[in-house]
Design a binder for this molecule. Structure first.
Ligand SMILES: [Fe+2]
Ligand SMILES: [Fe+2]
Length: 238
């Protein structure tokens, strides 16, 4: 018969091991809660607070009110609303990916990219105001959906997650090219913003690929394109 304090997990070594596991569990839970709170804070700021830019809005040197007809103003506003929703979605993707990133270096890279997207968001927001328009009413939905997609991508590992960034930025570049061709000829302010964003999206994608990103398989890339089309199609009107 085994008396208390002898053998199994009840000896001093066993008690020390159990204590260590409990401390690690508490520390792990604490980190998880901290990360969750930080993610919620980032989400609320992105969706509810006015976006702030750390750099001047591109094209600020051109006249703020160009001679756009009412029809042209509506087209520009709709396109900039789509871009605004896209920038919010990009931030959400990177926030979701950062939450589930395996390495601190990947997490920091993703959060740095998200900060850059925050500047883009502010630029689009400023231009929407100039065009007497508004952001998409579905923005909370775009943020939540994109956050979940980003977190899901990160669960596949850092290389897959970085590859997801590279593919996202490649698709955004194509989408910006299309918008640049659809902007009314006289809308130099919006054009300057989209051109500056396009240059930085290319940088984000190249940095993710250089950091070891592995592109998602073709069916996932096609699914990403379809999902983006739903968002861009809706945000144009709503
Ligand atoms: Fe962006
Ligand atoms: Fe980007």
């Amino acid at each position: 018969m085994q008396s208390p304090g002898q053998g199994g997990c009840t000896g001093p070594a066993g008690e020390a091991a159990i204590t260590s596991i409990m401390v690690l569990n508490i520390m792990g839970s604490g980190r998880l809660i901290d990360s969750g709170i930080a993610a919620l804070d980032r989400a609320l700021r992105a969706v509810l607070a006015p976006a702030r830019t750390s750099r001047p809005v591109p094209g600020a040197e051109t006249a703020p009110t160009q001679s756009l007809s009412e029809g042209e103003r509506r087209v520009s506003a709709a396109l900039m609303r789509v871009n605004h929703a896209g920038e919010l979605a990009a931030q959400a993707l990177y926030h979701g990916q950062a939450l589930a990133a395996r390495s601190a270096a990947t997490r920091e890279m993703l959060l740095a990219a998200a900060r850059s997207e925050s500047d883009h968001l502010a630029w689009c927001e400023a231009r929407l105001t100039e065009l007497a328009s508004r952001p998409s009413l579905l923005n909370p939905l775009w943020y939540a959906g994109s956050f979940l997609i980003g977190a899901g991508a990160a669960l596949l590992g850092d290389r897959a997650s970085l590859g997801f960034v590279a593919e996202t930025e490649r698709q955004v570049e194509g989408h910006l090219d299309e918008h640049l061709s659809r902007l009314p000829p006289g809308d130099d302010r919006s054009r300057a913003i989209l051109q500056a964003m396009r240059a930085e999206e290319i940088e984000h994608g190249a940095a993710a690929a250089a950091a070891g990103g592995v592109l998602p398989p073709a069916p996932v890339r096609a699914l990403m394109r379809r999902t983006a089309r739903i968002m861009t199609g809706s945000a144009y009107w709503i």
